[in-house]
Design a protein around this ligand. Structure first.
Ligand SMILES: Nc1ncnc2c1ncn2[C@@H]1O[C@H](COP(=O)(O)OP(=O)(O)O)[C@@H](O)[C@H]1O
Ligand SMILES: [Mg+2]
Length: 291
């Protein structure tokens, strides 16, 4: 396991509301170190498993052919305590800065809501009408992310959690690697709760059919991944189902989870089970209806 504690630090600072972040140099490359955040929802868990979620989520995106940031798990010691952290390789460079989807949405003056508004119709309208990247490519990217987020149960893919790389020299925009998967894969669950949830079919099913919901809303209501995806109402979402779902190899996903030393055995068992259920009960159902 990598100890990130005494590595050279940089002055670069990162935003985001889910925990402290440091800029460090590891193997001559720049990384954003994400420290785990305090668990507000679960009083039995002082720190969430968001670092494990970040690591696994980004690896699953990459596994399914949707480019995500490179992540490494390790530890960091502060205030006398050693905690699990995730290092995210910085995807910016001397020439390129990150620009979130919200900022691009702000450029598009006809947009119905501000950049951070997540009404689906506004997002799709912005994707179709923006001129910074190819609209077709962006639309496919958006739905690819949506489908993978449905698989890993992401609560938080708002317009600040995906976006573009802007090259200051050439004025070119490209799609940025996926990042911030910290609110997926049930980061607030602890071993006691896992035991209770796994002992109850209803509790497991609720974590497929009811929660998490998506950060994207229709008429101000957060989308239910199951209802939305199996309704087959959005043709471009259906295309993403056909692209992504056949690439999911649960054996490979299970192997990734099993190799994650930072996760407790119980967490590993729970994540493997819930991912299988979310695939079979949401994604496979939609795919079967489509073909
Ligand atoms: N790999 C990365 N390289 C460069 N900048 C990043 C990277 N990942 C995230 N960022 C920037 O840091 C911000 C915070 O990161 P994020 O993972 O979204 O944290 P949080 O979980 O607190 O929202 C992002 O909004 C983005 O601007
Ligand atoms: Mg974020």
């Amino acid at each position: 396991m990598i100890d990130f504690t005494n590595l050279p630090a940089r002055n670069k600072a990162y935003g985001g509301a889910n925990g402290s972040k440091l800029s460090i140099v590891y193997n001559n490359e720049f990384y954003m170190l994400k420290l785990p955040n305090h668990s507000l929802k679960n009083p039995n868990l002082s720190y969430t498993n968001s670092c494990i979620s970040e690591y696994l989520g980004c690896h699953i995106f990459n596994m399914l052919g949707v480019k995500a940031q490179e992540t490494l798990l390790g530890t960091y010691t502060y205030h006398g305590k050693t905690r699990n952290v995730v290092a995210c390789k910085d995807f910016t460079s001397l020439d390129t800065v990150f620009s979130d989807f919200a900022s691009v949405k702000n450029k598009y003056i006809d947009s119905m809501s501000n950049g951070y508004g997540t009404e689906l119709e506004d997002i799709l309208d912005t994707i179709a009408n923006q001129e910074v990247v190819d609209p077709k490519e962006l639309e496919q990217h958006f739905w690819n992310i949506f489908v993978v987020d449905a698989f890993i149960g992401n609560w938080d893919r708002h317009n600040g959690n995906w976006g573009f790389l802007y090259n200051l020299r050439t004025d070119q925009m490209t799609i940025a690697p996926v990042f911030d998967c910290g609110s997926s894969l049930f980061p607030q669950i602890d071993d006691d709760l896992i035991q209770k949830v796994m002992a109850s079919k209803a509790e497991m099913k609720a974590r497929v059919y009811d929660i998490p919901t998506s950060a994207i809303v229709i008429n101000k209501k957060r989308l239910n991944y199951f209802k939305f995806i199996t309704s087959l109402e959005y043709a471009d979402c259906n295309e993403a189902i056909k692209r992504i779902v056949p690439r999911i190899d649960l054996g490979q996903v299970n192997e990734l989870i099993d190799q994650t030393e930072q996760a407790s055995d119980l967490l590993k068992t729970f994540l493997k089970k819930i991912l299988r259920m979310r695939k079979e009960m949401i994604l496979d159902v939609a795919l079967a209806k489509l073909i």
